[in-house]
Design a protein around this ligand. Sequence first.
Ligand SMILES: O=P(O)(O)OC[C@H]1O[C@H](OP(=O)(O)OP(=O)(O)O)[C@H](O)[C@@H]1O
Ligand code: HPA
Ligand SMILES: [Mg+2]
Length: 175
Amino acid sequence: MKHELKVMITEAEINQALDKMAEKINRDYQGVDSLLVVGLLKGSVLVMSDLVRRLDGNVHLDFMTASSYGAGTESSGDVKIVMDLARSINGRHVLIVEDIIDTGRTLSKVCALLKTRNPASLEVASFLDKPSRRVVDVPVKYVGVEIPDEFVVGYGLDYDEAYRQLPYIATVLNP
Ligand SMILES: O=P(O)(O)OC[C@H]1O[C@H](OP(=O)(O)OP(=O)(O)O)[C@H](O)[C@@H]1O
Ligand code: HPA
Ligand SMILES: [Mg+2]
């Protein structure tokens, strides 16, 4: 079936939001000798690459794969760590980058796990935030855009793995 998409956030609006997020992050981490940016695959790939290009200082990258949404639009609630980080985060300043925080289950699980590994600091930057859907409370220090309770695709976000490559964010009118 062909999906009908309606643009919610344009490429220009994404870039404006990224500029603001990066400005805050650069201000907060000024003077920190190195920042480890952790992208949660696969959703964070686009925001990760666009955000880190805007960061100053000594930035290192690592990735983790967490997955809870199968083929549908509802989280299974069962968050699996499919691939772990490549290196230790002991004593590191860690910034997790996500495409979206929805129920909060993914970030809650990942933050709890990473906290046990003694980072010097641990914060979250999520491009999208759907606060009305939250089931688990997770502190997100940097948010690009707050959105209403609609299933969105594009800019890393998928519907059954499709549409991640879109340079804008859209709603699916006929899921
Ligand atoms: O706040 P939550 O309700 O947990 O939802 C947010 C998470 O769900 C999506 O990932 P998904 O598990 O679908 O994997 P993906 O990143 O590979 O798309 C999205 O990328 C976030 O990681
Ligand atoms: O709105 C969404 N779209 C795609 N994936 C998601 N994972 C959580 N929420 C969403
Ligand atoms: Mg994800």
